[in-house]
Design a protein around this ligand. Structure first.
Ligand code: NAP
Ligand code: ZN
Length: 344
């Protein structure tokens, strides 16, 4: 089968389409014929080698998969060939203390499709039944592939971890990103006021169209001062920070007393400066969040299936142009999700 593989770490120019062996279904597994697969920033990090790749080369990424069940392994109970499915990219053991408590994203062996195992930038993938969910007919494969990873991450971060409430001020950084475009919608649905920061005038307009109440351009003036003024120097209740090193210190500074800083990523680096006096005197909470548990995934998917949360698609590339899709995300040109489609 065809896959968009890389044989060594590096930039988007390392991606090429090659023939790799078609997977066989294990017990309780389905072979999914991939129709569309979304790119995440995470795929860039895997390609660049930010985290050690245990699988070896060639490798191919892609966790956000939508497709059709092509083959059923022994004991596959809930799906049959021909079923349209959407995939939850989280991999968990189901047996550890966290899994037993229903906290799958804390699993001691937690992994993600497209990192722990090769992903969906390929014609077929073998997946456990627990990763599959039926896809309604009124959602296209491209739309579906724009959803699972970023919506579950934004949902757990804002709803479970930050416990956002109607009337609160929520600051969302890197607002054109995949998680951020999901987070803006979730925060609005919860009744919060959304303040957002992005990087170009065009993106400012797109972010406002998506529902943000206020959007600033980080390349124009001192946006942190403007944000403070917009809250009458009170500060915001919650910051969703996926940027890391470049914004961490200012994110903490921008919080109101009792505010919550939710960290879900570090696009610009792992280390941020923390003023401890600010944290204890203002009684701030710094909360980490990763992906979601099965219940949160199902809760947020329900809202997507009801069209109350909408996939945000930036662009669609065929598998043969996967390197261009990676490049677009690497350049930070996108608004929302870059999708790769597979014709087979
Ligand atoms: N913990 C988890 O479970 C989890 C899940 C998903 C993602 N993540 C992490 O969260 C981050 C975002 O992921 P994503 O897939 O949403 O990424 P994405 O779609 O590639 O978006 C990243 C956005 O960050 C902004 N950005 C980049 N460099 C910046 C800088 N120097 N200063 C300020 N903003 C900058 C840009 O937005 P603007 O152009 O709008 O400024 C860019 O579009 C990644 O680091 C990813 O690994 C973590
Ligand atoms: Zn586990």
């Amino acid at each position: 089968m065809k896959a968009a593989v890389f044989y060594e770490h590096g930039g988007p120019d390392k991606i090429q389409v090659a023939d790799v062996p078609k997977p066989q279904p294990g017990r309780g597994q389905a072979i999914v014929n991939v129709k569309a697969c979304g790119l995440n920033h995470f795929d860039l990090q895997v390609l660049h080698g930010w985290t050690p790749l245990e699988w070896g080369f060639p490798f191919w990424g892609g966790g956000d998969i939508a497709g059709v069940v092509a083959e059923a392994g022994n004991d596959l109970e809930s799906f049959k060939p021909g079923d349209k499915v959407i995939v939850n990219p989280g991999l968990f053991c189901g047996r550890c203390e966290y899994c037993i408590a229903g906290e799958q994203s804390l699993c001691v062996n937690y992994g993600i499709i497209g990192d722990t195992i090769p992903g969906g930038f390929a014609e077929f993938i073998a997946l456990d039944e627990s990763n599959l969910m039926r896809l309604p007919n009124d959602i296209s494969f491209e739309e579906a592939a724009a959803v699972p990873l970023v919506f579950q991450t934004a949902w757990r971060a804002l709803v479970t971890q930050a416990q956002i409430r109607a009337g609160e001020d929520i600051l969302i950084l890197g607002a054109s990103g995949g998680v951020a475009t999901a987070a803006i919608q979730i925060a609005k649905l919860a009744g919060a006021r959304v303040l957002a920061v992005t990087s170009t005038a065009q993106k400012v307009q797109q972010v406002q169209k998506l529902g943000a109440d206020i959007c600033l351009n980080r390349n124009e003036g001192d946006y942190w001062s403007t944000l403070a003024e917009l809250t009458n120097n009170r500060g915001v209740d919650v910051v969703l920070d996926s940027i890391g090193a470049a914004t961490w210190e200012n994110s903490l500074n921008s919080l109101a007393k009792g505010g919550r800083l939710i960290t879900i990523g570090r696009t610009t680096g792992d280390i941020g400066k923390t003023n401890l006096k600010l944290v204890f005197w203002n009684q701030l909470r710094i909360i980490g969040s990763t992906m979601a548990n099965q219940k949160e995934f199902s809760d947020v998917m329900k809202l997507v299936f009801q069209h109350r949360l909408r996939p945000v698609i930036d662009s669609v590339f065929p598998l043969e142009q996967a390197h261009l899709a990676y490049q677009r995300l690497d350049n930070g040109e996108q608004f929302g999700k870059v999708i790769i489609t597979i014709n087979n």
